[in-house]
Design a protein around this ligand. Structure first.
Ligand SMILES: [Zn+2]
Length: 290
């Protein structure tokens, strides 16, 4: 079942964090140039210096559409990824969805922040016989054109992150909807380019009434990354991440946005509070109406 800390409702929308599972990733890689003594207190590394990360997906239910933001590693995660990242499926995207009484055909739109394997692995499943098939049979899959092109033709540095053979079927079956720049993907749901982690990485903004939810994906993977200079060493364009984050978090603070994160396990929803020069993440969940 979905815990109440994993849901927010505001205006006439509901957003639910669906947990595809957890992985363990080297703490140094997650916090870039930040010294271990600073991040270790918050992130609790294990004996191998790895920290636990959630594979967060978010379900957005509006009066007119059911939209899924990212799809985790999916049910067919490669063995090498299970071993390397100590992946644990708990509960898994499809099981979490079933916990809401929903099957794959309930999804109208899938939006991928980017196409690294841990954000789009659930886009497709193994087809009977051979090859791959769209996991959400009715869905339109919204991806930035630049990200799609990168995923289809990865360069040496990002080849391990992409799995083009699993994604091609989305184009072949006419399910793929490429966008360029900011784009409305459903009523009240907008894809917003937040470059840096990859050149065409995007966040997703959901607005209803006077409230906004913003899914930051890997621009701010956990609440421990709220500080502008805390940037993952995975980021291909760290200066872009710095600038995009700074602008976005200033707006998020000013407008009281509810934020969602690509990899925060304990805090799927947070709002920002300023403490002097520092911004803190305060957990936010529940119903924000009235
Ligand atoms: Zn990620």
């Amino acid at each position: 079942m979905i815990p109440s800390s994993d849901k927010v409702a505001f205006g006439d929308v509901e957003v639910v964090r669906l947990l595809d599972g957890t992985i363990r990733v080297d703490g140094g890689a997650m916090f870039g140039v930040v010294p271990r003594t600073l991040w270790a207190a918050k992130a609790h590394p294990d004996r191998e210096n790895r920290i636990p990360l959630a594979l967060n997906c978010y379900l957005v239910r509006t009066p007119t559409a059911t939209v899924l933001l990212d799809t985790g590693v999916g049910p067919d995660i490669a063995r090498r990824h299970v071993d390397f990242y100590s992946y644990e499926r708990r509960p898994g995207l499809l099981a979490a969805l079933a916990g809401l009484g929903l099957g794959p055909d309930a999804i109208d739109v899938v939006v991928n922040s980017h196409l690294h394997f841990d954000h789009c692995g659930g886009n497709t499943t193994r087809a009977a016989g051979a090859g791959w098939t769209p996991a959400f049979p009715r869905a339109r899959y919204v991806v930035q054109r630049g990200e799609w092109e990168q995923a289809m033709n990865p360069v040496e540095r990002d080849r391990p992150s992409y799995m083009p053979a699993r994604l091609k079927v989305l184009a072949e079956t006419g399910r793929l909807a490429l966008v360029e720049g900011d784009a409305v993907v459903a009523e009240g749901v907008e894809a917003v380019v937040v470059a840096g982690h990859t050149a065409s990485h995007q966040g997703i903004k959901v607005t209803s009434g006077d409230r906004t939810f913003f899914y930051l994906a890997d621009a701010v993977p956990t609440t421990a990354h709220i500080g502008v200079d805390t940037i993952m060493s995975f980021d291909l364009y760290p200066v872009d991440t710095f600038n995009a984050k700074k602008a976005l978090l200033a707006t998020a603070e000013a407008e009281g946005w509810i934020l969602g994160f690509g990899h925060d396990l304990a805090t799927p929803f947070a709002v920002l509070r300023r403490a002097g020069t520092r911004l803190d993440a305060v957990p936010a969940a529940g119903t924000e109406n009235g």
